[in-house]
Structures are given as C-alpha cells and as structure tokens.
Design a protein around this ligand. Structure first.
Ligand SMILES: Cc1cc2nc3c(=O)[nH]c(=O)nc-3n(C[C@H](O)[C@H](O)[C@H](O)COP(=O)(O)OP(=O)(O)OC[C@H]3O[C@@H](n4cnc5c(N)ncnc54)[C@H](O)[C@@H]3O)c2cc1C
Length: 381
C-alpha cells in the first residue's frame, strides 16, 4: 500500500500549477499525482501519432490568453517558462469569418483579455515543464483513472475500476471534476458520483455546497477534427494562426474555429473545433458520433476556407488524424466558490477552470486556482 500526505488527481494546468507552486512554497509532504491520460496536459494535451513520430498536434486548447497583470505568485510560476521559451507569445494575426465566409475582424472585446500564449514545441510542454519543477520525489501514476473513493475518519483511499491499484492519502485534491459531477453517470455509465458516495450528504456542509454547485453546472462539448495538410510551404504570412467563426457563422456551420499548427517538420496541421448538436453521448453512441462528426466537419471545411485558396487546395491531399471528443471542453456556469476550494473537514480540495474567478473556464483560471490552492494547503499543513 502506498501512503501519501497528499494525492492530486489530474495533470492539467490546474493540477500541475498546484504541484509546482507547492514546491515553490517549500511543501515537505509526500505527494503523488494520478492522471488518466498517458502524459500531462489534460485539455491542453497534445496528440501524438503512434505511427508517425514527428506528428504532435494541439488538439485541445491551442493557446491561452494571459492577463497583462497577473498575481505575483502566478508570475513566479510562469516567468521561468517564458524565459526558457516554453511559453511563447503568439505574434501572428487571428481573424474571423462571417456567415458568408468573408473575412472580418475578431470581436475587439477579445483583445482586451490579454495576449495569446502557446506552449513550445507543443501545448503539453507547459504542463510538462511545470511538473518538471515539482519535487523529484513526486510519485506519478499516468494512464490510471481513479474510479472509487473511500473516506475514513483520517484518510482517503483511491482505487481504479478493478480495485487492483490503490493509494492512501491524508489529503486529496481533485483538479478535474469527473469524480464529483453527475456527467460521469451518463458518459461513463457509472451508477454513482464517487465523491458523493465517499462522503454522504450531511457530513460536511462545505463539501455538500461544492457538490450541489457542480450538479447544476454544465460544460460545452467539442468535436475536434485533426488534419495533416502535408508539406505546405512554410512562408505564408497571409495565413492567420486561428480563424474564428462569428456567432452567425457558428450557427450555419456548427464550427467554433479553425486552428493552424505548424509541425516540427515542414508539415501543417489543422484542427477544426466542431460544436455539439446536443446528441446524447454515452459508451453506446460514442463511436457512431465520432464517425458522423468526422464526415460532417470534413464536408464543411472547404466552404470555411474559401478566403484562403492555398489552404483550401491543401485539403485535397489532407490526411485525417481522427476526431477528439471533449466531453467537458469549457464550463459554462455555476463556478465553485473559491472559499470552498479547500474543504477542511473532509480533507479534500479542488482546483481547475471550474473554480470561481474572472478567468472561469479558461487556462488562466486553471493556473490561478492551482496557485491559490497551494497557498491554502501550505497554510493548513
Ligand atoms: C477544445 C478546447 C479548446 C479550448 N480553448 C481554450 C482557449 O482558447 N483558451 C483558454 O484559455 N482555454 C481554452 N480551453 C480550456 C482550457 O483548456 C482549460 O480551461 C484548462 O486546460 C483546464 O485545465 P484544468 O487543469 O482545470 O483541467 P484539465 O486540463 O481537464 O485537467 C484535469 C485532468 O484530470 C484528469 N482526471 C480527471 N478525472 C480523473 C480521474 N478520475 N482519474 C485520473 N485522472 C483524472 C483528466 O484526465 C485531466 O487530465 C479549451 C479547452 C478545449 C477542450
């Protein structure tokens, strides 16, 4: 049995910022990280190809906006990444298209939200770099999805679906809300919300408030089609890195935006961020939906790229690298109040983009929440 002072579930921006901040604050406890994915990144992960070692594309958030003025502790976390050019400011233009496929300016209210920053060489590099700064003694468990939680008076027990793998922790942090949100019931065909089962209603009023908030919350769904456009010439200054669709265009084509991602060799990657039509997603519908979304997005793309003939031509020899479904891409409402980030009585904490704040639902919000929770945990240890 592995015993830890703290176990963090999730290696996205929230969890990795928390771990890196704990290190900066001199936290001394034994810490483990558990992540369902093959590597760090979460919704900023980058998709590698099993058969094509050069290929790696940002299939979730392609970049994040960062406010000009960040809290000192967030700057302290990100400055080394900026200095090492792992976090890079995007200088190319972004544009939008309207419902006629014509180029228009991006909604000006966007630019007041700060500059775009991306990871180099890929978005996942940001989380990888944050983790590399956390303690050498961090025990990382990738490719492990926690399914069962059990709470005794003084510790947490975590196990996977088979219960063949287990960890014990004095304190627990959930940086994704899968184990606390009813969406897992439909999407994964689970018959309970694990955190609710572990701490029955009425035992911890703060935790009850967190779970009640989450129950009312919802997130957007995205179907992201990934394409390899091949060796299109490198110098195309007229091509934007990101093409948004205006609200009318989104309604017409069911697409939020298109993102170009230059690969380390001469190839160009393209990701179409497809909107969801409301169909029920569960294990029985998933594969048919992936197939129909791939066809739908491939079919609308030539129309969307009308204003860029070079890109449109490249579609003819494009290779599909599949569709990624993001079941909870960005939370829409009902943020968890920040004073509930640490529920002391149950020794469980939360971080991620679903915590209250002006940057709710964004990468910046996830980073800020991880830093804030590290401060709480250090004071409370
Ligand atoms: C398609 C898309 C486009 C986006 N575009 C933008 C954008 O332009 N700008 C922006 O700022 N933000 C954008 N976002 C949102 C941004 O990616 C998120 O706000 C941010 O990455 C959230 O980080 P997080 O750590 O809160 O959550 P996550 O990245 O989701 O991390 C949570 C991690 O926990 C793991 N996990 C959850 N449950 C378990 C379990 N039971 N066992 C083990 N592991 C578990 C998950 O696998 C995941 O890796 C986008 C997101 C998507 C999907």
């Amino acid at each position: 049995m592995n015993h830890y002072d703290l176990v963090v579930i999730g290696a996205g921006l929230g969890g990795c910022s928390l771990l890196s901040s704990l290190e900066q604050l001199g936290y001394q406890g034994r810490v483990a990280l558990v992540e369902a994915g093959r590597g760090p990144g979460g919704r900023t992960a980058s998709r590698r190809s099993r058969t094509d070692p050069q290929w790696c594309i940002n299939h979730g958030a392609p970049a994040i906006r960062l406010s000009e003025s960040l809290p000192a502790a967030v700057d302290a976390l990100l400055d080394p990444l900026r200095r090492e050019a792992i976090l890079q400011r995007i200088v190319n233009d972004e544009v939008a298209i309207d419902a006629n496929g014509q180029i228009v300016a991006v909604d000006p209210t966007f630019s007041s939200q700060g500059d775009w920053w991306t990871g180099s060489p890929v978005m996942a590099s940001v989380c990888e770099a944050l983790l590399a700064r956390s303690s050498n003694t961090l025990a990382s468990h990738f490719g492990t999805r926690v399914r069962w939680l059990n709470r005794t008076p003084d510790h947490w027990m975590l196990s996977d679906e088979s219960k063949g793998w287990q960890l014990q922790a004095k304190r627990l942090v959930l940086s994704g809300n899968l184990l606390a949100h009813p969406r897992s019931l439909a999407m994964l065909k689970w018959d309970d919300v694990p955190l609710r089962t572990a701490v029955p209603e009425g035992e911890d009023p703060e935790l009850d408030a967190v779970l009640t908030t989450l129950e009312a919350s919802a997130s957007t769904v995205r179907w992201n089609l990934m394409l390899d456009l091949g060796d299109v010439p490198l110098a195309h200054p007229e091509w934007p890195w990101q093409i948004w669709l205006t609200p009318e265009a989104q309604t017409r084509w069911g697409v939020e935006r298109i993102v170009l991602h230059r690969q380390s060799d001469a190839r160009l990657g393209l990701v179409v961020h497809g909107l969801h039509n409301g169909a029920t997603i569960d294990p029985s519908t998933q594969s048919a939906l992936l197939e129909s979304e791939a066809k739908r997005l491939e079919a609308v793309l030539p129309e969307l790229l009308m204003a860029w003939p070079g890109l449109r031509n490249a579609l003819e020899s494009a290779r599909s690298m599949g569709v990624m479904r993001w079941g909870a891409a960005q939370p829409l409402h009902h943020p968890v109040p920040s004073h509930l980030q640490w529920c002391r009585q149950s020794a469980v904490g939360f971080c991620g983009d679903w915590i209250e704040g002006p940057h709710f639902g964004t990468g910046e919000g996830a980073i800020r929440s991880g830093v804030a929770l590290a401060e709480r945990l250090t004071i409370d240890s």
